[in-house]
Design a binder for this molecule. Structure first.
Ligand SMILES: [Zn+2]
Length: 151
């Protein structure tokens, strides 16, 4: 593979240099701080309750975690899923741990609703600019409900 700007950027980020998730700069979307990391609520009316759990320190792969950290990571993902399900009643929770753009361990906990815009045959990744936001009141109420559920 040629050493392009993109591969150089990826290598820096993977090593923790210029990592967009270190330090956490998205505190306005934080709804809870769990043992393994912070929970960020995304503002997307089509995927109400969509959260991202960001691991508490720079790590790239599950194999970088101790066995106890991995156990806690899965427990926290399950806890978030239970909270989203109790508040938003999605048809299904999809989990994704990607990282080619941002190689800092994080998990997308994506509630899917029958008939949502990408229900048939497509993942539901959108940039913030592509999302349909909740009203300010809806977002504030959802943040509060998730904060309460994740205490
Ligand atoms: Zn990082």
């Amino acid at each position: 593979m040629p050493d392009t700007d993109q591969t150089a950027l990826f290598r820096r980020r993977k090593s923790g240099i210029d990592c967009p998730m270190c330090p956490d700069m998205h505190t306005d979307s934080t709804v809870a701080e769990l043992t393994s990391g912070k929970v960020h609520l995304q503002n997307d009316a089509d995927y109400r309750g969509y959260c991202i759990l960001i691991f508490r320190r720079h790590a790239v792969e599950l194999g970088d975690l101790s066995a106890e950290e991995r156990r806690q990571w899965i427990e926290d993902i399950a806890k978030i899923g239970t909270a989203i399900t109790s508040i938003c009643s999605p048809a299904k929770l999809n989990l994704s741990m990607l990282g080619n753009l941002c190689p800092h361990l994080h998990c997308h906990i994506m509630p899917r609703y029958v008939g949502d815009p990408e229900w048939v045959g497509a993942p539901a990744f959108r940039t913030p600019e592509q999302r349909t936001p909740l009203t300010e009141q809806e977002f504030t109420e959802l943040q509060a409900a998730l904060k309460t559920a994740l205490v």
